[in-house]
Design a protein. Structure first.
Lengths: 610, 387
């Protein structure tokens, strides 16, 4: 199939063109039966075509929603692109979404067709009457046991597509020719830390602007990504950040996408793939750092001594890099070269970051100390900032001009301002979303008449070029004494310790700040084992007086860095690990403050009473 | 079971399987099973193996003839050790009867290549490419005949039965003068003649150099064949039987067939080693095929490393190089005599050493020399962590 010149550029035409130019180059890899199976651009394209024809055969009209509920895998991309090709709207669901949330999302979006990965995801959706078709990928437990007439097995879907293509060879081309820039391409549901999730409508034009700014102009990486770059796709694809790094980087620049087997195997997959571009959320970066410490404690004395020495050197190298913005001085270059021989090369190889030329952290605030560790061992780490509502286009730290603690400089060709009265960050550019799905009131709250998007984040300029984010506007605590405190800064300082997994600072309209702290079971467990402290469960370990002393020490050290009103006076342990299923975390592992405050009201009140 | 497998394939119709390309510098990223199963899967292994072979070849010009002869013998013993490793290491069937199969090979080779109508049995076919396979095949035939015992017996019982083979063989070879020349007398061994060129006489190089290169090449051929066998379907069946024969039978490995195969292949290696080994010295004596020879092979496998080809080679080299050292003991330690009638003599010291080394290795490093290598490698590979 040929791509006509006057046709509107979309992610679909981009993939189609790559399939024409480099049909045999690798587009995607996924691990199957222990081997990384390669999918070429032509293979990718032919699958997209088949699925698109199948969607046409199933009667998908422009504007219809197609939902995808699956871990990251090639079929996710096939359906995403096929949906855009037939001018439909892709709706991504988090694999961890509990049934109630799935029901809400499917009902709210009004999806007609659902791609469910396996029996687990299928069971969450069977009760939704509005779904016309449910396509499943893994037949185990489904075939021969379910007799819902709506079910279609993936190979059968492809067969439908092949039959439709044979009957109407140019139906897809005709539909693609009708594509318009204001077609909604996808609904990205916000994680909903406060209310129910809202669907962010991103149009074809938004996505194209994002590809031009972030990918082709090198808005993140420098030099811009190319066909030689590898990426590991492991975060949920329904989140705008992973969609950008997987789908848009792939379609826009030909970056080879490798799908991790699951979130549990990310470490092993990283080692195998050794990606050149790596995006992670703070939780991932913190976890990797904690793992390094655990493994070091268990290493033989010689290895431990040598590595600890070089990690101290890395810390100093990191300090210098922080001062210079990520550029080496001759002294740090020499130190780094020495350390590379003894430690950094192998350490990075073990972490799967040996070949990372660009690493980014985003989607949530991160402690600067964590970033400094990665800079010190030679992983070029950049904090970036964006949100679904502006197609992830806002600010980024640029290679060589990194300012730790800031989210970087505004992208080229966009408008960004900080409201003088409230300190709220506002953006305006062609990537600004088309509105919330079926929710004009919420849209009006964030999008003003002049086209400015109110991000809800409070920030300030640093040195006139970089933006520092203080906190989410609605999270800012006004203490009983009338002082404004940004809890996330304190929380991240606490979470920089490998022993602290969750920290929630509370104190709005209260005399002083308190914190709810959740320990990291892996590291504290290892620490307890080394100190001969016996424990049974998470809760039991939390309640040990030794654990309390350990965390007390961390809290005191963090307090030293803050002003008096910002100090945590008391803390209590969360009696359980926070979980998405129980409604304490969002699908992106962000803490739902209101839910936490309500669930553990007793604990909080206890800290103020005594 | 078959049902799911077929659908799994149907789901990815456009995925080309088995292509062997991968992005540079990512040794753990396998894009096909061929890469995953490759003998030399990393560049480092390719380079080092190549250098090792070059070094071994260059030794033929560097070393003195006497040393070359010892090394050539060591290479042949390595072939025999690999053979024992196949049945004992990979397939887990303890065999003390290896000396018996070596003897069969040695006499078959001698008989095929010996002069027709001479003092001893001979067919007059001196070409190595005739007598070497013949030696292997006849030994393999005996192996296959013995194998049914292994399907009925396990562990200690199998060891005792194969031990019996050695005594039977020793008796037959001592009595059958026409074939073996009788005890204490012996007969001429197989003549290594390649396309009319007798390699046991100085030709374009010295006799020792020719034999050294011949044995080296044959060792490489046999070693690569064994490595290939180990990673094939047969090799996996062997491992399954070794780890638990009942479980192997349950997952569908035909025990009898694979045990027979293990004994057959192992005996083939033993037979070839037997034919080659005595062609170096040019003389076979029936008394050499005693239990001691079997124990020597077991020592090579255990000291080198069970179920590894490189371990078997290392073990064979270790044991063979031990011999020249013990033989020079009388000059250093006057109490040890070179005379077999005096106690203690070098042969006794040798036997004691084999026993001692086996015990020490089994207690302190059950994976043998290969295990030591693995340990060193893991230490550096896991840097900067310990696992």
């Amino acid at each position: 199939m040929t791509v006509t010149a006057q046709r509107l550029e979309t992610i679909v035409t981009r993939v189609g063109r790559r399939a024409e130019r480099t049909p045999d180059a690798v587009a995607l890899r996924h691990k199957d039966f222990g081997v990384w199976q390669e999918i070429t651009w032509s293979g990718y394209w032919s699958q997209v075509e088949l699925v698109a024809h199948a969607l046409l055969a199933l009667g998908v009209e422009p504007g219809d929603r197609v939902a995808v509920h699956s871990e990251n895998r090639p079929e996710w991309l096939y359906v995403d692109l096929a949906t855009v090709a037939v001018r439909g709207i892709t709706v991504g669901l988090y694999p961890t979404n509990p049934p109630a949330e799935v029901a809400y999302l499917l009902a709210d979006s009004g999806a007609r067709i659902l791609l469910a990965e396996d029996q687990e995801q299928l069971d969450k959706a069977l009760d939704i009457a509005d779904l016309e078709r449910i396509v499943y990928l893994e037949p185990r437990g489904i075939r021969g046991r379910y007799d819902d007439p709506r079910l279609i097995h993936w190979p059968d879907l492809l067969a439908i597509g092949a039959a439709h293509r044979a009957g109407h060879p140019d139906a897809l081309a005709r539909r693609m020719d009708e594509a318009a820039a204001d077609d909604v391409a996808t609904l990205i549901y916000t994680s909903g830390t406060t209310g129910p999730p809202k669907g962010v409508m991103l149009t074809v034009g938004n996505v194209e602007f994002a590809i031009r700014t972030l990918v082709e102009a090198g808005g993140f990486t420098s030099p811009p990504p190319s066909e030689r770059d590898l990426i590991l796709s492991y975060l949920p694809l329904c989140h705008v950040a992973e969609r950008a790094f997987t789908v848009w980087f792939n379609a826009g620049a030909g970056v080879q996408v490798n799908f991790a087997e699951s979130i549990e195997t990310v470490q092993a997959n990283l080692r195998e793939v050794q990606p050149t571009i790596l995006f992670g959320v703070p939780r991932i970066w913190e976890k990797v750092l904690a793992q390094v410490n655990i493994k070091l404690d268990a290493a033989s004395p010689l290895k431990r001594a040598v590595t600890r020495l070089w990690l101290r050197v890395a810390d100093r190298v990191g300090d210098t890099l922080v001062r210079t913005g990520g550029a080496h001085t001759p002294a740090t270059r020499l130190l780094y070269a020495l350390g590379w021989v003894f430690c950094y090369r192998s350490l990075r190889e073990r972490l799967g970051m040996r070949r990372v030329r660009y690493a980014a952290s985003g989607a949530a605030p991160i402690a600067p100390d964590v970033l400094k560790f990665y800079m010190g061992i030679g992983v070029a780490m950049h904090e970036v900032y964006g949100m679904s509502e502006n197609t992830a286009i806002a600010t980024a730290n640029r290679p060589g001009r990194v300012k730790l603690g800031t989210v970087g400089e505004p992208q080229d060709g966009i408008e960004l301002k900080i409201d003088e009265a409230t300190g709220e960050i506002m953006t305006r550019h062609p990537g600004t979303f088309a509105g919330y799905w079926r929710n004009p009131r919420a849209t009006a709250d964030v999008l003003d008449a002049d086209g400015w998007l109110h991000t809800g984040d409070v920030g300030e300029w640093e040195g006139g070029t970089h933006v520092r984010i203080t906190d989410r506007m609605k999270d800012i605590i006004i203490t009983g004494g009338g002082k404004n405190v940004a809890p996330s800064e304190i929380e991240n300082a606490l979470k920089a310790s490998p022993y602290v997994k969750e920290a929630v600072v509370i104190g709005d309209q209260r005399p002083y700040l308190v914190a709810l702290i959740g320990i990291e079971l892996d590291t504290v467990g290892e620490w307890a084992r080394r100190h001969g402290i016996a424990y049974t469960t998470y809760r039991d370990l939390s309640e040990r007086p030794q654990t309390r002393a350990l965390v007390q020490d961390i809290v005191l050290r963090v307090n030293e860095r803050f002003a008096r009103v910002e100090q945590v006076k008391k803390f209590a342990f969360l009696p359980k690990e926070l979980d998405h299923e129980d409604g304490e975390l969002t699908a992106t592992q962000k803490v739902k403050r209101s839910a936490i405050a309500k669930l553990f009201e007793e604990l909080v009140e206890g800290m103020y009473r005594a | 079971m078959t049902d799911t497998r077929s659908t799994a394939k149907a789901e990815v119709p456009d995925t080309p399987a088995g292509r062997s390309r991968r992005p540079r510098g990512r040794p753990l990223l396998y894009t096909s099973y061929t890469q995953d199963m490759a003998l030399l899967d990393t560049r480092a292994k390719k380079i080092w193996t190549g250098l090792l072979v070059l070094l071994a070849l260059s030794l033929s010009v560097v070393l003195a003839d006497r040393s070359l002869e010892v090394l050539a013998g060591a290479y042949v013993l390595a072939i025999g050790a690999i053979g024992l490793n196949i049945v004992t290491g990979y397939a887990g069937q303890v065999s003390l009867g290896h000396a018996f199969f070596v003897a069969i090979g040695a006499y078959t080779a001698a008989a095929v290549s010996g002069p027709r109508g001479g003092e001893h049995l001979g067919l007059g076919l001196a070409e190595i490419w005739i007598w070497l396979p013949a030696a292997g095949l006849v030994a393999a035939l005996f192996g296959v005949l013995v194998a049914p015992l292994a399907t009925r017996l396990r562990g200690l019982y199998l060891a005792v039965v194969t031990l019996g083979l050695v005594f039977l063989g020793e008796h037959v070879f001592k009595e059958w003068d026409h074939l073996t020349g009788g005890p204490g007398v012996g007969r001429e061994a197989a003549v290594p003649q390649l396309f009319g060129l007798p390699l046991d006489q100085d030709g374009f190089a010295t006799k020792e150099q020719q034999l050294y290169v011949l044995m080296l090449v044959l060792l490489i051929v046999f070693a690569v064949a064994a490595r290939n066998l180990a990673r094939s379907r047969i090799g996996r069946a062997f491992s399954a039987i070794r780890d638990r024969d009942i479980a192997a039978a349950v997952i569908g490995v035909p025990l009898t067939r694979y045990k027979v195969l293990a004994f057959g292949i192992s005996s083939f290696y033993a037979g070839c080693a037997g034919g080659l080994f005595y062609s170096i010295s040019g003389y076979v004596e029936p008394g050499s095929f005693s239990l001691l020879l079997s124990v020597q092979f077991i020592a090579m496998v255990l000291i080198g490393g069970v179920a590894t080809v490189s371990g078997a080679i290392a073990g064979a080299l270790f044991i063979s190089l031990l011999q020249p050292i013990t033989r020079s003991l009388p000059e250093l330690l006057p109490i040890v005599s070179a005379d077999t009638t005096v106690t203690p003599n070098v042969f006794q010291v040798e036997t004691v050493l084999y026993g001692l080394l086996i015990i020490l290795f089994l207690v302190f490093e059950p994976r043998g020399l290969f295990g030591i290598w693995i340990r060193v490698r893991t230490y550096w590979k896991s840097w900067p962590f310990s696992y």
